[in-house]
Design a protein around this ligand. Structure first.
Ligand code: FES
Length: 114
């Protein structure tokens, strides 16, 4: 299964995915299930040593949730649905292809945590 070449400086994972599961909106819009499905797909593909899917706290873009961030592309996806999960896994996580319709365009200033 093709994945990006090793990075320099080295990092522990070839792709690192953060799925917001905490905050005003993402938990109520399937954030947990989206992350769970991505983790399951990575497990079934046998690539959990190369791909890491982590739960994230609120990313302060709540109006656009669920939010997912994927590195090394540093792409932010917004309004992700359960129907988008397979495409995200197949295109972005496995091949590094960005899905333009999901790319987040910030329209709100982040909330302050102060
Ligand atoms: S709840 Fe996900 S960005 Fe705030």
């Amino acid at each position: 299964m093709p994945l990006p070449a090793k990075r320099h400086p080295p990092v522990p994972y070839e792709r690192h995915v953060f799925v917001c599961v905490s905050g005003r909106t993402c938990p109520g819009r399937n954030g947990d299930e989206i992350g769970g499905r991505l983790r399951q797909m990575a497990k079934e593909a046998g690539i959990t040593r190369r791909i890491r899917v982590n739960k994230s706290g609120c990313l302060n873009q709540c109006a656009h949730g669920p939010i997912i961030v994927i590195y090394p592309e540093a792409v932010w996806y917004a309004g992700v649905t359960l129907e988008d999960v397979h495409e995200i896994f197949a295109k972005t996580i496995l091949r590094g292809e960005v899905i333009p319709r999901l790319v987040h365009t910030p329209t709100e200033k982040p909330d302050t945590n102060e």
